[in-house]
Design a binder for this molecule. Sequence first.
Ligand code: PFF
Length: 451
Amino acid sequence: MSFDAPRSTWSSRWAFILVTIGSAVGLGNIWRFPYMTGAQGGSAFVLVYLLCVALVGLPLLMAEILIGRRGRGNPVSAMLKVAEENGASPWWGALGWVGVLGALLILAYYSVVAGWIVEYTYQAIAGVRILTPEAAKQGFADLQANPLRLIFWHTVFLALTVGVVARGVLSGIERANLLLMPALFVILLFLVLWGGMVGDMRTAWHFMFDFKPELLTGQVVLSAMGHAFFSLSLGMGAIMAYGSYLDKRASIAHNCFWIALMDTLVGLLVGLAIFSLTFAHGLEANSGPGLVFHTLPLVFTHMPGGRVVGSLFFLLVLFAAWTSAISLVEPFVAWATERLGVHRAAAAWGTGAAVWLLGVAVCLSFNDWSGFKLFGLNLFDQVDYLTSRILMPLSGLAIALFVGWIMSRKNAQDEIRLPAAQFQLWRQVLRYVTILAIVLIFVYRLANPDS
Ligand code: PFF
């Protein structure tokens, strides 16, 4: 049974680029990418990352949007439709399910981390001062030890996210991105300028871009590749769902180029901004995940104009996380509205309720349930591992196999519409290089179980 209501289409090509950048730019860019760059080889890491984006990320981004637009439906229906058109087994529909359900799993922990960001945004705006490194660490530990506070902020963030999706593709998702993304870019530019004026931009530049080939190991290549998947929102139905609302006339390749470029640029610019401020205060930049929660609140307390800059920074992270989270809800909501005929608002809030419950368990895994571990990992790490280490690359591999080997060349070209040589280049990279790279990731992991 199918309820084929007329589908929305983004109001312009720019709207599509903006919402997709909204999905791509998120906690991954701001929380992880700058730190990884500094700690794992500077410009050598950036180079490896760019290679991963060019050879794996970009071809897959195009393939995912291609399926979404060709199938013109939620990820499950789109996969089924495109499989049928190419005479392939309906089992390929399972790939749509991996994306739709994987996205909800990611959201369950993404929303918890974003909840911490809401708390820190609130603290920054309220002018809470964090005077010593010990106080910064204690503040974060106290938050993690307090299940009610974690659940409260997780609830607030998830409600914000679901509220947008419930309003619809154009008046919810597109409108929110058209407001939040330009604001994000303005804040980012302001922070970079401010970092250049009062921070130590030179040291930040060296930290991020000095060529340190000795730091480049198989492990680093692995994390660059993993990060390319996460950062470009690949394999989880989000991009496929957004692609399904793309106008038939728009060029997939051009749009993808801009999306991948902007996603990388944002990570690099955020890194320069926050490291220049961090170094200006003589603080260490390699505190990893603690960078945003331990180091930066300290920096903002001690710098001129810190309350304004700190508030803007956390708002930037919040906006980035919010627009990414929205894209994690949409695939399932699109499926429920199109396949079950459920009203969009009911589908969105129902989905939110299920994710909320799982998120509550994730909140508890930091405190009351911290003793419950599987393979040495708490629930938070398990869900992160399952989604970003297993589901995303596996689903990426399946998408590359499908579009590269199963989908007819004619159908693919009909949708991608590139000049013959460029089309050929993309297709061959997808068929061989992308597939080989992902297979190598898994082989490397099997050979190095601790990686
Ligand atoms: N790309 C987002 C980030 O960098 O934070 C995370 C993400 C969003 C992953 C949507 C997967 C996804 F489907």
